[in-house]
Design a protein around this ligand. Structure first.
Ligand SMILES: *Cc1c(COP(=O)(O)O)cnc(C)c1O
Length: 342
């Protein structure tokens, strides 16, 4: 950090380049392009894939709102396909039914750190000539069949403080495609390769070297953090097995779930459960209490409820603490509180 300040080069300098290189290596991709946030990473990726007005992008209704907002931001139309009830991720069957002649891309989210069914989604995309842009903002370090997400095409990450690793604010686009990486770099910096020569429409979506220095330090600890999250989740699942009226998270065989969140379902009176847990001293999160189409901004655009699995999830999910800072005593207190609150 002090070295960055001493260097006098604060924005988009050597430390950003080093963070990009290390992050590409850590996520199994050839190129990484650092951005100012996960949201701008997604926006850059959509633009670099040439997605814009008249295009439809199929995505999940059950995610943080930025996933769909970036589709609107580039002038395209989000089309919501329902989720799988067990993993909370985009259902390939529902995606297949949502494809139209205007569909240009599929934007799956690896929600809570469990990878979406990329093999099925990539097969669909291949069949219909679509791009796949992964929202990996909650899934740093996740994998399918030991293959890191970077091996499955374009992916976008966030380094917001609540994510599995942070740079304060920041994001990253990873890809194996040199031309796509080049376009992403241009779009991130005013469409400019040569000073004051603007080749394409671009913006200021750059990362600073100060943020990159934080990100690099965190990246070195990603494996350790991830292993701790997985161990915490294992312990919660072991100690909560058999508790009535809750459904524990699943892990698909061969999938590496990195537990950004440890999310259970409470089918009856979820909100009362959350407040009883708070009274027991355990803060739970509800990600997310509404689907994206249920948000007022999407209602204004004419979106209605059409994804029953997502709507049920929004009513039933509760995330228990699982972060790497928890002690064994903390985890015991959490499971004891869940038992008392049922
Ligand atoms: C956090 C998050 C984003 C946005 O990332 P920011 O860095 O906050 O802009 C997008 N999608 C998902 C699924 C996220 O969790």
């Amino acid at each position: 950090m002090l070295a960055v300040l001493d260097s006098g080069w604060l924005a988009q300098g050597k430390v950003v380049a080093e963070f990009e290189e290390c992050f590409a290596a850590a996520t199994g991709s050839c190129y990484a392009v650092a951005t100012s946030s996960g949201t701008t990473a997604l926006q850059v990726a959509l633009l670099a894939h040439g997605i814009g007005p008249g295009d439809e992008v199929i995505t999940t209704p059950f995610s943080f709102v930025a996933t769909a907002n970036v589709i609107l931001a580039v002038g395209a139309r989000p089309v919501f396909a329902d989720i799988e009830p067990d993993t909370f991720n985009l259902s390939p069957l529902a995606v297949a039914q949502a494809i139209t002649p205007r569909t240009r891309a599929i934007l799956p989210v690896h929600l809570f750190g469990h990878p979406a069914d990329l093999p099925a989604l990539l097969a669909l995309a291949d069949q219909h000539g679509l791009a796949v842009i992964q929202d990996a903002c909650q899934s740093h370090g996740a994998a399918i069949a030991e293959r890191p997400l970077g091996e499955f095409g374009t992916a976008c990450y966030s380094f917001y403080p609540t994510k599995n690793i942070t740079s304060g604010e920041g994001g990253m686009v990873t890809t194996d495609d040199a031309a796509l990486a080049d376009r992403a770099r241009l779009i991130r910096d005013h469409g400019m390769r040569e000073r004051y020569l603007h080749e394409v429409l671009g913006f200021n979506f750059r990362m600073t070297d100060l943020h990159a220095a934080l990100g690099l330090a965190q990246l070195r600890r990603l494996d350790q953090f991830t292993q701790q999250r997985i161990a915490n989740a294992d312990r919660l699942s072991r100690d909560l097995a058999g508790v009535a009226d809750i459904t524990l998270p699943v892990i698909r065989p061969g999938y590496r779930h990195v537990f950004h969140q440890y999310t259970i379902r409470v089918a009856e009176e979820r909100d009362a459960f959350v407040s009883r847990m708070r009274d027991q001293g355990v803060r739970c999160g509800v990600y997310y209490p509404r689907t994206i189409p249920q948000q007022p901004v999407y209602r204004t655009l004419g979106y209605q409820d059409a994804c029953p699995n997502a709507e049920a999830a929004a009513r039933e999910v509760v995330s228990l603490p699982v972060h790497p800072g928890l002690s064994a005593d903390d985890l015991d207190a959490i499971t004891a509180a869940v038992r008392r609150c049922r």
